[in-house]
Ligand binder design. Structure first.
Ligand code: GNR
Ligand code: NI
Length: 179
């Protein structure tokens, strides 16, 4: 098991459409385990492969309430097969946009078809935070991030704050290295 570095926006891999997995093999299963470990360490409630630099249609989520038993889920080649007309709004964050949050509206309920870690086809119906989280992760597989769903004004503010953060951190890094 390993904790993988998480890419921060703007990064070209986060904008790319990911390729479907052809065979669910041990390499894919190891990646799924490493992604879960990385997600819990961050901590986050979801993680998509492109966030760790892998352009494949793979994601993990765990939306169990804090204190409850963990509910790790591993989804390969996920597809939304139905979505409700009803919408719900959540304040979303993203591990690739550290410390940035915005309200996003999405379908309240989705039915998702995917392959599990054994390559077996599964279907789940999700609502609440899990529905939002799975849609946020599937967006990542299509090169779409949560700020693509908000006004360009708010998006601009978030991207400028991220740029400032990144510049500050590389300056701090250089100062530490020079000591
Ligand atoms: O940890 C995360 N929290 C979160 C909160 C509301 C809606 C979506 C998310 S997903 C995010 C982790 C992440 O960046 N996944 O891609
Ligand atoms: Ni995200």
């Amino acid at each position: 098991m390993a904790i993988l570095p998480i890419l921060v926006a703007p990064h070209p891999v986060l904008k790319k459409k990911c390729e479907p997995v052809e065979t669910v093999d041990d390499a894919i299963r190891t990646l799924l385990d490493d992604m879960l470990e990385t997600m819990y360490d961050a901590p986050g409630i979801g993680l998509a492969a492109p966030q760790v630099g892998v352009s494949k249609r793979i994601l993990v989520v765990d939306c169990a309430p804090r204190g409850a038993d963990p509910q790790p889920m591993k989804l390969i080649n996920p597809e939304i097969v139905t979505q409700s007309d009803a919408l719900s709004t959540y304040e979303e964050g993203c591990l690739s946009f550290p410390e940035q949050y915005a309200e996003v509206q999405r379908p309240a309920t989705v039915t998702v078809r995917y392959l599990d870690e054994n390559g077996t086809q599964q279907t789940i119906e999700a609502d609440g935070l899990l529905a939002t989280c799975i849609q946020h992760e599937i967006d990542h597989l299509d090169g779409v991030v949560f700020v693509d769903h908000i006004s360009s004004l708010k998006r601009g503010m978030i991207m400028r704050k991220l740029q400032k953060q990144t510049k500050l951190r590389s300056k701090e890094g250089r100062a530490a290295a020079a000591e």
